[in-house]
Design a protein around this ligand. Structure first.
Ligand code: AMP
Length: 430
């Protein structure tokens, strides 16, 4: 199906061609016509599926229509609101909107609003209104309470990464935002996972939505090779250096569990003369922006990040993602590895599994959730000294009940596995 069959106007078809998109991704082919017709949409789609353009394009088409209909001299009102969970995602969505509307004779006024930076410039920018707003819920409410923004004319509301937004505890803020909006509006809810709280919210808010699940669609699945390497915990940085150099990775994102670990690992890599930077929530926004810019420009080769970076970063041609620490939840696994294999490029996701029963049990749960069964690799010089454990990790098939066949777990093993299970079931947080 060509883009021209989706019903988008010529100005946007030109912008799409300019961006080098030749045909709609599966989610775009479904969402664009539905949203152009004013239908609500509930779409489960992984990052990398083209979901951002799937909602940006119809919103821009609605903007063009509104421009054509409006009387000259009438005031500018916010027609479209896109709510996102993180600053990085807000910037990324804003950037897509900007690029797609760059060649319009009258470009929409965009406002990208999030916390962690001064509010005054945002208030100044909002003077005279805006056409399309991308915002995190908290800062949007702050601005609304200061009368810097009016949401009474919103016709289209998008929730991007709805699952993440609810997991990050934005439910109350969302409710408060909904109360500021007119009752008559179109909705597009996008979520990487179909968590129960997303379904409940959708049931309350959406009207007869087009329901889509692109998550398991082979055609839209990014091409990501996944590996699992068993390694002694204290040999992980060495292994990372070894892989980076011997496999000639051009760039990589390395995920760790804590801000402290991000700083430490980045520091160790720099001492080994690999240009590396940490990326985490305790850095200033300026620092984070700088690290991403350096990474995009390949001045930095490895970014060592906490899960704050797992969402919303769109770096095309990012070849490798490393789980130095395993993600806490199976959902986070998906979001982390989704940093690679984007826009049709192939990618590699490498998991470091520490040589202990808890790590193994934890990774098996992730495998089970994603119907994976990765061969455990052992690289000489980095493998665990415990031959029994090595043997178990090398040869044991996955037990559908979650246990480890062929080895009776000790009390300690059971406790560890229980802990791993609890961690996995916890809501992810950044
Ligand atoms: P997203 O899932 O929205 O994060 O998009 C992932 C990447 O796919 C981004 O780099 C987009 O620029 C790119 N992309 C979006 N739509 C298309 C398309 N129809 N053809 C090729 N690339 C696309």
């Amino acid at each position: 199906m060509p883009f021209s069959a989706t019903g988008l106007p010529a100005l946007l078809l030109n912008a799409i061609a300019e961006r080098g998109y030749t045909q709609p991704t599966p989610i775009q082919a479904e969402v664009i016509p539905a949203m152009l017709q004013g239908r609500d949409v509930l779409a489960m789609a992984q990052t990398g599926s083209g979901k951002t353009a799937a909602f940006c394009l119809p919103l821009l088409a609605h903007f063009l229509q509104h421009q054509a209909d409006k009387k000259s001299g009438s005031e500018r009102v916010v027609q479209s609101l896109i709510l996102v969970p993180t600053r990085e995602l807000a910037d990324q969505v804003g950037e897509q909107l900007r690029r797609l509307s760059d060649a319009f004779p009258h470009r929409p006024k965009l406002a990208v609003l999030y916390g962690g930076i001064a509010i005054n410039p945002q208030m100044m920018h909002l003077r005279g209104g805006a056409d399309i707003v991308v915002a995190t819920p908290g800062r949007l409410l702050d601005l609304a309470s200061k009368n810097a923004i009016k949401l009474t004319h919103i016709k289209h509301l998008i929730l991007d990464e709805a699952d993440r937004m609810l997991a990050l505890g934005f439910a109350e803020e969302l409710k408060a935002v909904f109360q500021l909006l007119p009752a008559q509006r179109q909705h597009g809810f996008f979520s990487a996972t179909f968590a129960e709280h997303v379904a409940t919210l959708a049931d309350h808010i959406l009207h007869n939505p087009l329901r889509l699940s692109i998550v398991n669609d082979e055609a839209s699945k990014p091409d990501i090779a996944q590996r699992a390497i068993v390694v002694q915990a204290n040999a992980r940085t060495q292994l990372l250096k070894h892989l980076f150099q011997s496999e000639k990775w051009s760039r990589a994102i390395v995920f760790v569990a804590t801000k402290y670990a991000a700083d430490l690992v980045a520091d160790k890599l720099r001492r080994a003369r690999i240009s590396a930077e940490a990326f985490h929530g305790e850095q200033t926004q300026g620092k984070r922006t700088q690290v991403l810019a350096d990474f995009k420009a390949a001045r930095v080769k490895i970014v060592v990040a906490t899960d704050v970076a797992a969402r919303g970063i769109d770096i095309s041609q990012l070849p490798v993602v490393v789980n130095y620490d395993l993600p806490r939840s199976a959902d986070d696994y998906l979001h982390r590895i989704g940093r690679t294999g984007r826009a049709g490029a192939s990618g590699l996701a490498v998991n470091f599994i520490c040589a202990d029963a808890a790590s193994e049990a934890h990774f098996r749960l992730i495998e089970r959730r994603h119907q994976l069964s990765l061969t455990r690799e052992h690289i000489p010089g980095f493998i665990a000294p415990d031959p029994e454990l090595n043997n178990m990790q090398q040869t044991t098939p996955i037990d559908p009940n979650g246990g480890v066949k062929g080895k009776r777990p000790s009390k300690k093993d059971k406790l560890r596995a229980q802990l791993a299970m609890q961690q996995l079931m916890q809501e992810p947080s950044s």
